[in-house]
Structure formats: C-alpha cells, structure tokens
Design a protein around this ligand. Sequence first.
Ligand code: ZN
Length: 372
Amino acid sequence: MQSIKKYWLFTSILIAIIALFITYTVKPALFDFILKPSNRTIYERSFKDNPEKLERWNNLLSIAAKDQVTINKSTSEHVVTTFQKPFTASYLIDLQLGEVLVSTIASKSSWILEARNLSGDLLQDAQLKNDTLVLNYTPNKDIKIRIILQAKLETESQTEFKIYTAPQYDFPVAGKGNSAIQSFWGASRGGGSRKHEGNDVFAPKGHPVVAITYGTVSSIRNRGLGGKQVWVKDYDNGYLHYYAHLDDWIVNEGDMVWSGDTLGYVGNTGNAKNTPPHLHFGIYKNGSAVDPKPFIWKTQVPENTISLPQLNNPLANGFAANLRTEPSSSSDILQDVKTAPVSIIGNTGNWYHVRTTTGLSGYMHKSVLVEQ
Ligand SMILES: [Zn+2]
C-alpha cells in the first residue's frame, strides 16, 4: 500500500515537471516574473521562426562587441538607425569606485541598452522610465566596462544617446560643491610620513555638515587627529563615512539619518587647530580608506549642441582620414582609412561616429568626410 502511494506521488511530480517544461517551451513569457529575462532575450523570442534574422541580429552584435571606441567620462551622441543599416555599437568606459554609470536613450522600445564586462557577461540591463531607456550601474571596484547599444531590427530612429557618470552620494557640506574640495586623496601629510586618506572640504566655521545618504550614526568621538568626529554606516553598500574636525555635532549614536540631515558643523578640531576650518571627509570599505572624491564629485549631464548633416554616401577622403577611439584629435588612431566609403552611425560635436566596410568603428572629424 505504502509503495503504491509513493509511486503515485512520484508520477504526479514527474507529470507536473513535464507540464511546466512544455509550458515554458511554448510560452516562456509566462515565467518572466520569476526568471526575469533580459530585454535582449525577450526581443529574440520574436525571431523564433526566423533563424536568418536571428543570425543577422547576432552578427551585428559580434562586430560591435569588438569596438575600441572609448568614452572619456561622458558623451552625448546623436545616433541614427534605419531599416537598411540597423545601429549597433559598443563603448568602453573606465569607472571608479564611487561613480554610478548612467546611460540614457530617449526612445520607447526601439533599442537594447546593456552594460557588460570585458568577457561579455551582462552586468546590467536598461529599464524603461517615462519613455526613456535608462541604464544605471554602480560598480563595487574600479572597472572597465562595455556599454552596448543595439537598435531593434526594422526600426527607424534618430535620437540622443548619453553616457556619463554621477556621484553615488550627495555632497557632505550644505550648499557647497566641487570647488570647496581643496585637498585631495593621497596628498602628503605629517611631513611625508603618511598620505591624506580623504578630501578636505572648506567652509566657514559653523557651516552645516550633512549626511550624504541614508544610514545610521555608528559612533561619535572626540579624540586624535580627527578631533570631534561622526561616523555613519551605510548598511546598503557596506561603507563607513567619516566626518572629522567638527566644531560640534547634533546627532546621537544609533540615530538614523537621511541624505541632507545636519550631523554637525564645520570646525578645526583635532590636528586642524592651526588651519582654516574644514571638513575632513573619508570613506572606509572593509576597514580600509578609499578615495571619497568619485563618491561626491558633482558631474553634469552632457549635451550635444552640434547637429552635423547626414551624408547620403559618405567617403573618407582627407590628408589623414584618421579613425580615432574618441571624438578628439589627441585620441588614439585606429586606422588611416585613406579614401574609402564608410557608414555614418552618429555624431557628437564636430565628429562623425562611423563604421568602415571592414566593420571597424570609431570617430572621424567632419573635415575628412565628403559626399561621394
Ligand atoms: Zn583631511
């Protein structure tokens, strides 16, 4: 009797597994809320009965995945995709710990936008927010990543594409910004015996020092080099924030604080007693100090103000028709294209983003491209 029960239980479970498997094969979208597939995976389902289209789509990606185009902190590019020439390109960018990568493209559903590591693994997929596809990626170490932008096939669009970085936190002194930081990470201290493990933010004595994010006041001390000091733990990210040389504090240990809450006031306690009042601000990760500048350094959203004419049959033709890694004449040369047709896929400032007939992508100055 017992063995018959076991038999039926086993058979029922097996049937349930087979039923789930068949359902997944026929209608994978039903499982999206659990499996959370990438936007690319969802889009590729539309090629289910068209392997040639899938191959074309994947070929475009494998060409772009070798691009050596490099973003120096930020770019705003006018990008173009057409039925005949679907846009696909990738961009390399170096991120520092403390910077958040932001990439946006104003378009409802024509694009796939992803951050990948240099091995090609997906780090972060973009999300649709108010008709804009937004990619946000916060690294947990200094890292070079590849941003991939690929237009869906059979779409036509001309739009602005942006890549930039933003600080992970707000600024620690109320109403102040980058110019108030007047001593940086690594500066010599103690007559060369040690290095500066923070940033000094100058403001008048008594100016409010504020929390840069949500956290808990983990300790308050009055001792040593830092003098009057407040430590705040950011449990979400595992960092300790150190606010030192305070004239005084107005929080207690264990208080929860939100970004912008006043913790205390700028002063010159501790070893700052003979210097102008300033906040010494530091960030510690696993007990070691890290450079706080990228965490708080304010950046601007880039704007592309120049719109270059779209050439119908562009020909590279100049004294030195150089294809470069960045839209700048001081960047690395990928190739002297000499006289050859190219495809224009975008422009930023006075530079066209082009792809050669051999698949190489880079920037060419407008002066070296003519109509055939
Ligand atoms: Zn300092």
